[in-house]
Design a protein around this ligand. Structure first.
Ligand code: ATP
Ligand code: MG
Length: 170
């Protein structure tokens, strides 16, 4: 029997903090199930990239991980009490949840799952929020994400998209 670990985020965008956590998880389980949360959202300041674009960022960044992984888009359901059942209805079976997000930890713990919270990797600089702010201000952000993510964001003109949707029509 394969021991699978579950890791979920919005990955707006996928960054070196996520990569560092997944490299550590790869040492502890046989396979990794990666949930792409708020998969339906895109073209918003908090969620600029589509579910599919984020699948691309993750899949390309983990090409040399050396541990099998599955990337599963998960849409929001707006009912936290039912969310764990929603997630498990969409994913390959897993035994352990890795998350540092307090709500994710709470919901899975309440449902009786084993949850482990990996240490943060340079959280001040390595957060989706900080990276999106850098993109909007025209500051360097490329060093905070895997090379493959720089390429995907360039390919989809992601920074130009973010700047455009941040404008208003006044
Ligand atoms: P945002 O600022 O948009 O919320 P984020 O950096 O928190 O972005 P998420 O996609 O929300 O990224 O997070 C996915 C998971 O990765 C969460 O469990 C979060 O706690 C974790 N995480 C985020 N940043 C780091 C980091 N620097 N090191 C380790 N884990 C991280
Ligand atoms: Mg977050």
């Amino acid at each position: 029997m394969k021991r699978r670990g579950f890791y979920i985020g919005r990955f707006q965008p996928y960054h070196n903090g996520h990569q560092s956590v997944l490299e550590r998880i790869a040492e502890m389980v046989d396979e990794i199930v990666i949930g792409v949360g708020s998969a339906q959202s895109s073209h918003e300041l908090e969620n600029p990239f589509t579910g599919g674009e984020r699948v691309l960022m993750i899949t390309r960044s983990l090409e040399t991980l050396g541990c099998p992984f599955y990337v599963i888009p998960i849409e929001d359901i707006q009912r936290n009490a039912l969310w764990v059942a929603h997630v498990t209805s969409m994913t390959p079976p897993f035994e352990i949840v890795y998350s540092s997000n307090p709500l994710v930890v709470q919901l899975f713990s309440e449902a009786g799952w084993e949850v482990s919270s990996p240490d943060m990797y340079k959280r001040e600089t390595h957060s989706g929020t900080a990276i999106r702010e850098r993109m909007l201000r025209g500051e360097p952000w490329e060093h905070l994400v895997p090379r493959a993510v720089v390429e995907v964001i360039r390919e989809i003109r992601g920074v130009e998209r973010l700047i455009q949707i941040a404008k208003d029509d006044r």
